[in-house]
Structure formats: C-alpha cells, structure tokens
Design a protein around this ligand. Structure first.
Ligand code: FAD
Ligand code: SF4
Ligand code: SF4
Length: 397
C-alpha cells in the first residue's frame, strides 16, 4: 500500500502541483495543497514540488522468493485447432528473451485434441511443451483456462509468461495475474531483458503520449500481453531439436464451471479478421462523409479485403471502433494495405507500417503517408477509386 502526504509546514500553496497532476486530483485550499481521493500515486507531484512538500510513502513489498522461477513461457492460443499467428510471433521474441537469460523456452498448449499442433511448434527451438488435453477445454472459457494456466504456473514457476493480446488473451491474462497476485503489462509494444535480468516491458501510456517502461521486481512470473502483428513471426529452424512433451493430467472434473458455451455465432463483419487479413482497404477523413464509404467497401469486396479506418473516421462514427487501425486501435501487417484519404499521422503509421505493401491515395503530394507507401497515387480518391474498381472488374471478368 502507498500513502500520499502533504507536509503543511513546507507547502506554500504555489499551485504548481495542481497544474501538473495528470489526473486533476490536487486543489489548493486555504493556501495548502489538498490531494483528492482519485489520486493514483503516480508520483508526478512529488517530483515537481519546488518546496519538497509532497511525499509518497510506499511499503517496500517483501520480495517473494523469485529465484525459483525459471524459463520463458508462451501461452499458445488455438482456435478450432489452428494456432493463432500472434502465438508464433510471441515465440520469436520469447526465443530472444530466453537466449539473453540463458533459460529454457517453453509453451503451454491446451485444448481438446491439440497434440497434432505440436508439429507446427517443433521448429521453433522450444525446450518444453506443457500439453493439456481435455474435452472441457475444447472451447475457450475463462474459468477453465484460467484455472489450468494458474495451476500450471504455480506448479512449474516460469520467470516470464507471454500471452497474445487477442480477445481471449485480454480475458485470460488479467484473471491469471490476479489469481497469482502478480502484475501484468498489457499491450506491450516491445520486450527486452535489462542488465539485471528483469523483463523490460514497453507500452504506450497516458493516451499514447509517452512510452512507459515497466519492470516487475518483486513478483513472478513477469506477465505481459502483446498485440498481434507487433513482432514478426520467427523463421522456422531445421536444427530446433525436439521439445520435451510434458502431458498434464487434470484432476477429476476441474472444468465444470459456472459458465457453459451454448453456441458460437460467427460475427459477419467486414472487419472480423482485420488483424489476420491479407488485404486491408482503409478509409480516412478524405472520404468527406460516411455516404462515400461505399467506395472503400466496393474496392474491398472486389479484393476480398477487410475494411479498416483511421481514428478520424472512427471518432466521427462512420465506422465502429473495432475497425480502427493505429496506436489506439489495431496493429495490422497485411500483404497489402490501401490507405484512402488518410494523411499518415504517426499514430496511424505505427499500426500499419509493417504491412508488406502499402498503396496510398491522397490528393496532397506532401501527405506523410507517402513516406511509408510502396506505391503512392497523388490524386482525388473520388476519381482514383472508381478507376481501380473498374480495372479490377475488367480483370475479374
Ligand atoms: C493519443 C493518440 C492516439 C491516436 N490513435 C490513433 C489511431 O489509433 N489511429 C489513427 O488513425 N489515428 C490516431 N490518432 C489520430 C491521428 O493523430 C490523426 O488525427 C488521424 O490519424 C487522422 O486521420 P485521417 O488521416 O483520416 O484524417 P486527416 O489527417 O484529416 O487526413 C485526411 C487526408 O485526406 C486527404 N484528402 C482529403 N480529400 C481527399 C480526396 N478527395 N482525395 C484524396 N485525398 C484526400 C487529405 O489530403 C488528408 O491527407 C491518435 C491521436 C492521438 C493523440
Ligand atoms: S507544488 Fe508543493 S508547495 Fe506548491 S502547492 Fe503543491 S505541494 Fe504546495
Ligand atoms: S501522485 Fe499523481 S495523481 Fe496523485 S496527486 Fe500527485 S500527481 Fe496527482
């Protein structure tokens, strides 16, 4: 627990802290700073008070015995017996981390009849595969998966646990972290190992205005989630050796939870697989009005592409949030990304610049999107897109 205190003998009521508190939680009342209940103990005021009048008293946590925790683990997410690409992307990074720490790389593979997926993992320099097969794990449920993963971690004590920030991962990781009473850094954009051997977790903070670097010094495992397409998939290696398979037998009936999946209904959406789409056509404010979205949709349909959008388009309510590409939306890396009327602000570029090929359509030759484009079309999208559609239709016919 932490406590924040204003030393009344030192505070001179200058109000500097009031302006600097990012959460608006300080008032000057009768010449003295008063901290409000919503203070997050971020520490900004303590560092900036010229009179050194603010103190945050933090109890130093008693470090758990972290020396017993060894190895880098990746949770392998599978759906209908297909490994999600993000799990392979994490494996690439995990190989690097394990090498730096000189610790083993292990994965957790759970589901029903998932042992056939071991083949897809074998070429990734994994030393151990924890395999848990049970009918109750056929479909993801929070209770069952969190139960199994928490039990495994408690028993085998990994140093690091990485999970993809997919819908499943975003549900599972915090449950597991809470049960283990450890921290979790969600949506990391980079991971590394410090000189002292801690996992250095980088992620945007304060609405993306700063990149925070987070260390977890007192508890284990160090847990992080990473969005799809942030890391590149590793190249399979021919000399990976064969991983040790550790089959975990579950105690009788541990999975009969309070929730039951009755039916899985697939969402019929033009953005259903934005993160896994091969081609994405994205709409920007240059379209001028939601009435013109049909241009992007028609082009996407002809190409078999998913439809995305810039934040300007999402904020204006032209498309739903799950179709936003960029720093505060989805990170994508398709074979082809077509940006229509998108200026190319840095927050958009970080979400799509690793796409293999980028075609940008913009009437402003100075638009920053052209700096990352493989092919730039300087022109009015109301003329260019219909020409592309016409050309594609001819080819198709
Ligand atoms: C913390 C933070 C997080 C953010 N997160 C994201 C994010 O996740 N994703 C994101 O996209 N943005 C994000 N933004 C917003 C970002 O800074 C930009 O404001 C946004 O990307 C702009 O969207 P846009 O390119 O569609 O619009 P604009 O910047 O307005 O660009 C419109 C473009 O269309 C072109 N144009 C206009 N008419 C035509 C025409 N007829 N033909 C061809 N071209 C035309 C113009 O030349 C212009 O380049 C974030 C901002 C902040 C501060
Ligand atoms: S900055 Fe320091 S001295 Fe000034 S009001 Fe805040 S606590 Fe008091
Ligand atoms: S610790 Fe942070 S949130 Fe709390 S009062 Fe100071 S600046 Fe505001």
């Amino acid at each position: 627990m932490a406590k924040i205190v204003v030393d009344q003998n030192r505070c001179n009521g200058c109000g500097k802290c009031v302006k600097l508190c990012p959460f608006n939680q300080i008032k000057v009342v009768e010449g003295l700073a008063r901290i409000e209940i919503g203070c997050t103990m971020c520490g900004v005021c303590q560092e900036s008070c010229p009179a050194k009048a603010i103190f945050i008293e933090r109890e130093t946590p008693t470090p758990a015995d972290i020396s017993n925790y060894q190895g880098v683990w990746v949770f392998i997410e599978q759906q209908q017996n297909r490994i999600k690409p993000v799990s392979l992307e994490l494996l690439g990074k995990a190989q690097e981390l394990a090498q730096k720490l000189d610790q083993e790389l292990a994965v957790v593979l759970m589901g029903d009849n998932v042992s056939k997926l071991i083949e897809d993992l074998a070429s990734h320099k994994i030393q151990k595969i924890y395999l848990i097969e049970a009918e109750g794990l056929k479909r993801y449920t929070t209770e069952a998966y969190a139960y199994v993963l928490t039990s495994l971690v408690s028993q085998y004590k990994p140093n690091i646990l990485l999970i993809g920030a997919t819908n499943t991962g975003r549900d599972l990781a915090p449950r597991v972290a809470a049960r283990l009473r450890v921290g979790l850094t969600a949506d990391c954009t980079d991971l590394d190992i410090t000189e002292e051997g801690y996992l250095l977790q980088t992620r945007p903070a304060f609405g993306g205005n700063i990149m925070a670097q987070i260390l977890c010094k007192y508890t284990r495992p160090q847990m992080a989630t990473v969005r799809p397409n942030v890391f590149k998939k590793p190249v399979p290696s021919l000399d990976s050796g064969s991983p040790e398979i550790i089959k975990i037998e579950l105690p009788l009936n541990p999975l009969s939870g309070r929730t039951k999946i009755v039916e899985v209904v697939k969402e019929v959406s033009e953005a259903a697989n934005l993160e896994e789409a091969n081609i994405i056509v994205s709409a920007g404010r240059g379209l001028g009005s939601p009435d013109h979205l049909y241009l992007v949709r028609d082009l996407a349909q002809l190409l078999g592409a998913a439809v995305g959008g810039s934040r300007a388009v999402i904020d204006a309510g032209w498309l739903p949030h799950h179709q936003q590409v960029g720093q505060s939306g989805k990170t994508v890396a398709p074979e082809l990304y077509i940006a229509c009327g998108i200026s190319g602000a840095i927050q958009h570029l970080v979400g799509m610049q690793t796409s293999k090929r980028i075609i940008a359509i913009n009437k402003d030759p100075e638009a920053p999107i052209f700096k990352v484009a493989t092919l730039g079309i300087v022109g009015d999208l109301f003329k260019v897109i219909p020409l592309l559609i016409e050309g594609l239709k001819k080819i198709k016919n």
